[in-house]
Design a protein around this ligand. Structure first.
Ligand code: ADP
Length: 176
């Protein structure tokens, strides 16, 4: 698949700051922010609602079919709490956001998460589940772990990813 702009995944446990990073990055780079949660909901890529977890039961095949046309030419920032389902050939960079347990606890409490979901997400962050998933699913050279505890870190992360996008575009232009 030849792309004129890169596709980036911003992933991590719910509450780490994916949406905040994606929105700022989209504004600064012109890449499109694709909230996978919204796609699942709006394009009905699910098999119903899980009441206990307060989330959709995702139909992964349907989801991939729904986003493929947008991913194909490149230029997308995928925002989701999972990353292993996206084909490696679609993706140029995987950013895994991380945060301290104490900070994550406060952020998820503010969202009124059900107790079970809150505890599972805290455990998932402690066990670095998303980082392992990213490292197992993609070439380690394209996986980056970044801290997202403070607004200074958010700003620095976005600047760093922006610089990476600029470089990617320059390298691609030289090849043509
Ligand atoms: P996610 O999309 O991963 O669930 P959000 O971007 O919605 O996370 O962020 C969850 C909450 O944490 C929001 O209130 C957001 O403003 C805050 N937040 C996220 N990242 C940071 C950060 N690096 N510094 C300070 N607050 C942050």
């Amino acid at each position: 698949m030849s792309r004129t702009s890169p596709n980036i995944i911003i992933t991590g446990t719910p509450g780490v700051g994916k949406t905040s990073h994606c929105e700022l990055l989209a504004e600064r780079t012109g890449l499109a922010h694709l909230s996978v949660n919204d796609v699942v909901k709006e394009r009905e890529c699910h098999e119903g609602w899980d009441d206990e977890y307060q989330s959709w039961i995702v139909d992964e095949d349907k989801l991939l079919d729904a986003i493929e046309p947008q991913l194909k030419p490149g230029g997308c920032i995928l925002d989701w709490h999972a990353c292993d389902l996206f084909p490696e050939s679609w993706i140029d960079l995987v950013v895994v956001l991380r945060v301290e347990t104490r900070v994550l606890y406060d952020r998820l409490t503010a969202r009124n998460y059900p107790e079970k979901k809150l505890q599972e997400n805290i455990d998932s962050e402690i066990m670095q589940v998303l980082l392992d998933e990213a490292r197992e699913s993609y070439d380690e050279q394209i996986v980056v772990e970044l801290q997202s505890g403070t607004t200074e870190e958010l700003e620095a992360n976005v600047e760093r990813i922006e610089a990476w996008v600029r470089q990617w575009r320059e390298d691609r232009a030289k090849e043509e």
